[in-house]
Design a protein around this ligand. Sequence first.
Ligand code: FPP
Length: 247
Amino acid sequence: MNRSTSENDSLESGARAPAPRHVAIIMDGNGRWARARGLPRLAGHREGAVAVRRAVEAAARLGIRTLTLFAFSGDNWKRPPDEVAGLLVLFRRYLAAETPALVRRRVRLSVMGRRDRLPAPLRRAVSAAERATAGGRGLHLRIAIDYSGRDAILGASRRGPARSRAGFARRLGLASGGGAASDVDLLIRTGGEHRLSDFLLWESAYAELTFASVMWPDFTPEHLETAVSDFRRRERRFGGLSKRAAS
Ligand code: FPP
């Protein structure tokens, strides 16, 4: 990974930024993982669900406060109907199977995105999981299903003019259903692609980006630790100057 001069500056001075509070992941590569093994795409998604479980545990261990996972975009409805149906069933099963462990680990789960196009059993599973985990004071896990960053911004702006960025951000959290969350600190995309795909467009304005070539089903806690460790070596300037340039 190439490092900029300012990143080298902060490396030389030994400065370590705090761990990211909010990590967002675009979980890409399930299909290619399956194809490489001669398996149907859904097998890749199923293995992807196992990687989700690992990532949630690792995020909590690393002290990450919010983990937002992109599971299904508003544009993913364009996929073949059997893949879409399989994914929706997988989400429902994941929620039913994982809720007890989430409660035990004090994880609060919320689902972002449109609910009106989801099948009723999935909608019920989402509500049940959100209710059961509402008291969780550990990691806030947000799963984006039928989510579009542009539509979320549009939905928030339809609620009337906002007086401040912070006010708009709160409204965005409400409009997209994920609940209030801080801006994204670290955005990871697996699968070797380099794009945002309409994910958290407002919230990622100053996110540090990490693109990993690993396919999502092969994503391990070590990959997350490496991304966090790399993040902590970066100097975030938010449009200002590096410490060295300012002194
Ligand atoms: C993108 O990879 C992945 C998706 C559209 C689905 C993500 C779903 C999971 C990780 C399944 C489990 C999720 C939860 C929340 C239980 P792709 O299929 O586009 O991969 P490709 O680019 O290799 O074809």
